[in-house]
Design a protein around this ligand. Structure first.
Ligand SMILES: Nc1nc2c(ncn2[C@@H]2O[C@H](COP(=O)(O)OP(=O)(O)O)[C@@H](O)[C@H]2O)c(=O)[nH]1
Ligand SMILES: [Mg+2]
Length: 196
């Protein structure tokens, strides 16, 4: 069973979900554009494997990373960014929905949200969509370095209660200073190794 992402490497970029290669098991990252999905993948791997951009809406394809032993990490295009070529914007919803609902090897989604901003209506919609499609997911609040330490405890509690979970179940992470990445890494490895 896989026990780290030290050998994880970029595999492919696809705009058609049906073209993504088959895996034994995989975990996908969803969330707003620019929320820190690619940075989080890099933090989980302990080195740069995913492209990080300062410009929102840059990732318009499904980026696949091979973690070894047939396991994939999948970086999905971010939502909430309306600008860009019309066909790309219109293609976004069907592209991730088709991907998420058709991958038989998908073990879990990581819903990445901004720790300071908290969940947006689109994040809430995504959580509901995942639940209604019976896709197991966890929530990772990223960029926690932007939350004042004095407000961190209360903010984590508020965000967790939005998702109706205890605060300790909400992953509270900073990719910038690598803070608390380990518990999420363990959860993803557990999900990838899960049978069924
Ligand atoms: N302060 C801070 N900035 C971050 C963190 N994670 C990502 N960023 C920044 O947020 C921007 C978007 O990051 P990226 O990973 O490309 O987001 P994506 O669009 O969701 O993949 C970049 O400028 C990153 O450097 C974090 O934990 N803390
Ligand atoms: Mg990205």
């Amino acid at each position: 069973m896989l026990n780290s992402f030290s050998k994880c490497r970029y595999l492919a970029s696809e705009t058609k979900p049906e073209r993504v290669m088959a895996s034994a098991s995989e975990v996908a990252f969803v969330g707003r554009s620019n929320v820190g999905k690619s940075s989080l993948i890099n933090a989980l791997c302990g080195r740069v494997v995913a492209y990080v951009s300062g410009t929102p809406g840059r990732t318009r394809s499904i980026n696949v990373f091979d973690a070894g032993q047939g396991c994939f990490l999948v970086d999905l295009p971010g939502y909430g960014f309306a600008r860009g070529p019309v066909d790309e914007v219109l293609n976004w919803g069907p592209m991730i929905e088709t991907y998420l609902s058709s991958r038989v090897s998908l073990k879990m989604a990581v819903l990445v949200i901004d720790a300071k901003v908290g969940p947006t209506p689109l994040d809430a919609q995504m959580a509901l969509w995942l639940s209604s499609h019976r896709i197991d997911f966890c929530v990772a609040a990223s960029k926690t370095d932007k939350v004042k330490p004095s407000e961190s405890f209360a903010q984590r509690k508020t965000v967790a209660s939005f998702f109706e979970m205890p605060p300790e179940e909400l992953f509270w992470i900073s990719s910038k200073n690598q803070k608390s990445v380990a518990p999420l890494r363990a959860e993803i490895l557990r999900a990838l190794g899960a049978l069924g």
